[in-house]
Write a protein of this length. Structure first.
Length: 398
């Protein structure tokens, strides 16, 4: 889906104008790749410089928390390299082996970044525990304090930069990198406070601050991993996206209703969907088919959405069918208010009539599928012994 037409402002916007051709065309895969590459290169440069400075002052001062923070910056540089590779791979066009493209590689890359961050956190805990068991004196110079302060501001800028670009191009990798940068801001701030306390008092909280920093790093990694795993497994689409699609389709003259909406996320700006659209059965088939073609084309242009629509002709002028459908809807909603029906039709016979329809059952419905089916059949037959229900169970995927 489109991320919106707002211009990327500030330093991020200025850098985009200089280094990215057609920087406003964020639906273009190549432009997205250039945004990602720009963010990764900036991250690599900043993190390597911070690592070198922190590792030097941390080693000279004997501070395990500063050294741990430096190693964390080095891991961030490594993560940026991984992200750089993944963004390039994700931009590869679809092929025979991967007809839906390669955009999900961004989600896999975000997971790798999260695992690397988590590993660094556990290593820092291990080192901090050793420091608690065998404490060593720490000597923070003015240079060390200045490096820590500079690091906080640098990481804060990286956070805002990555978050802004991530939202602008809807990139999970950039958003994960932004979250990691904010974790670094808080972690380095904790180390800075520890350094101040050690400098002006006899208290040495360095190792304990190191553990606190490590726990926060692990927590941040888990949050990133949870979000990306949900995307890879296949999480439900947002309510906002569902409502946009429904209101867009229902806005066309000739559309009576929609059902069986299914949305597949194959990576940022690579969404596929299908839906059944109900039209009047009395309308000429070619006219209805033309309507469906127009909707497919328009929704693709408007939302960058690959949509396939199945046309469902619906009888609207048969009082007998309408009355039976109304009765069936009341029976089904009486069993559970979250249930709904669609694709209703009647096959008439000399001694009985078959009511054929689908029932949409939400995943959180407490009643079993078998019980729902049995109740519907029984209650409809109780209404009229000549009526038999032929029920197909559907799941709601939105």
């Amino acid at each position: 889906m489109k991320s919106g037409g707002k211009e990327l402002g500030g330093i991020a916007g200025a850098l985009a104008k200089v280094f990215i051709k057609n920087h406003n065309d964020i639906e273009n895969v190549k432009v997205r790749e250039q945004y990602g590459r720009l963010g990764c290169i900036i991250g690599i440069i900043v993190n390597i410089l911070l690592f070198a400075a922190k590792f030097t002052v941390g080693t000279l001062s004997g501070s395990i928390s500063v050294v741990g923070d430096a190693i964390n910056n080095l891991s961030d540089a490594g993560s940026s390299i991984i992200s750089l590779i993944s963004i390039r791979m994700a931009a590869k066009p679809a092929d025979n082996t991967h007809p839906y493209g390669h955009a999900r590689i961004e989600y896999i890359s975000s997971s790798v970044v999260a695992v690397v961050i988590m590993f660094i956190g556990f290593e820092l805990i291990k080192t901090s525990i050793v420091k608690i068991i065998r404490p060593q004196p720490i000597d923070f110079s003015n240079v060390a304090l200045s490096v820590l302060a500079l690091s906080i501001f640098a990481k804060l800028w990286l956070f805002y930069f990555n978050r802004k670009v991530g939202r602008h191009i809807n990139s999970m990798v950039m958003k994960a990198t932004a979250a990691d940068s904010m974790a670094d801001v808080l972690a380095t701030s904790a180390v800075f406070v520890s350094a101040i306390i050690s400098r002006f008092t006899r208290i040495n909280p360095d190792a304990y601050i190191g553990i606190a920093v490590a726990l926060f790093i692990i927590y941040s990694a888990i949050q990133i991993l949870r979000e990306t795993m949900n995307r890879i497994i296949g999480q439900a689409p947002s309510e906002e996206l569902i409502k946009k699609i429904e209101s867009f389709i229902l806005g066309y003259d000739g559309v009576i209703g929609i059902h069986d909406l299914v949305i597949h996320d194959y990576g940022p700006h690579n969404t596929f969907a299908s839906v059944h659209v109900e039209v009047d059965a009395n309308t000429d088939g070619l006219v209805s088919h033309d309507l469906i073609d127009n909707i497919e084309r328009d929704i693709s242009s408007r939302y960058n959405l690959n949509m396939v629509i199945h046309m469902d002709p619906v009888v609207t002028d048969d009082p007998f069918v309408n009355e039976l459908q109304k009765m069936t809807e009341e029976v089904v909603s009486g069993i559970d208010s979250t249930l709904s029906i669609h694709d209703f039709r009647v096959v008439k016979g000399p001694t009985h009539h078959n009511l054929i329809f689908d029932v949409t059952v939400p995943f959180d419905c407490k009643i079993s599928i078998q019980e729902i089916t049995d109740q519907i059949k029984r209650k409809i037959n109780e209404k009229d012994k000549s009526l038999y229900a032929v029920v197909t169970i559907d799941r709601s995927y939105v």
